[in-house]
Design a protein around this ligand. Sequence first.
Ligand code: PMP
Length: 375
Amino acid sequence: KVIQPERSFKYADLSVRLAGLEQLQPKPDVSALSFGKYFTDHMLKIFYHEALGGWQMPEITPFESLVLHPASKVLHYAIELFEGFKAYRGIDGKIRIFRPELNMERMNNSASRTGLPTFIGEELIKCCCRLISIDQEWVPHSIASSLYIRPTLIGIDPTLGVASSESALLYIILSPVGSYFKKKEQATGLSLLADPQYTRAWPGGCGNYKVGSNYGPTVYVQREATERGLQQVLWLYGEDNEVTEAGTMNIFMFCINDEGEKELITPPLSNRLILPGVTRNSILALAREWNQFKVSERKFCMSEVCQLLSENRLLELFGVGTACIISPISYIEFVGRPLHIPTMKQTNPVYKMFLKHLSDIQYGIIPDHPWAIPI
Ligand code: PMP
């Protein structure tokens, strides 16, 4: 749906209230960064009130707690959605954000599905760039770290009816982050629990939107994986154990297909079981541009994974997403069967090629790439 400019907030209306010196927080040591633990000194807020004509003026304020009515719809019915992308400090000192327009498109799609108001993505990107430039010293001076950007949109109507919210709050908070997985996990590859008892998404559901209600219920399954000594969950769907996602990552399989060709496969968006990831989209675009092997967006099931593995034709499995960029997978426990995936055993694995290329774009090592937008 096209969003009418007069129905959006505008960057031109942005006001800024800076934190006082006494409110500024010390910046954590880059080596101590764990995901989403520290936040910068400022935040962006934009209220929406139908009774006041819709979107109000955007404001940057000191980072502060929110005051919410206990009946706010977000607290009862999870009327909320969020996004995640990053700002990177390049080797030239410039700060860049990666393909933010795709996050804006996904955010508006989630808003539509949740009955929350939509907006012009470009206006939010401009407000966000201003916020980052105010807190720019928080963007780590390291190519192993970045500043995670978390836009959030919540329904704040103080009424208990299960209905769309006439008031909402869009806010952005920023968090300096190191790598998502621990060093050990990066060196050995991820281990996954694939248990057909659980599913995260189904046809006609909301798995293809980034809404909070998709994530809360996964914590229980994640804990089950942890208790069995595994790091993440491999999400399956349906009688035939279709492979959909790994943790909060899209998944790719690199193999030798029945025709003896190398093929990169990722589940399709068409059945709406997976989140349309920005990293997934970028890897598909790079792979098609490189044209070194067949690239397919198609369904694959655990039976195919097991068969390829038994015939030594499964080369790599990896998860991809903003937080981790790319994580090789080395082990899956599937209904009691241990599957050892040889991703870490390849001499020139494709996952490393993608990882290097993406991070070279993000940190400005490949200069002026159209996916890396200077703030
Ligand atoms: N799947 C899920 C369920 C996710 O939460 C994420 C993280 N946003 C992804 C995939 C990866 O998406 P992206 O590459 O846009 O970060």
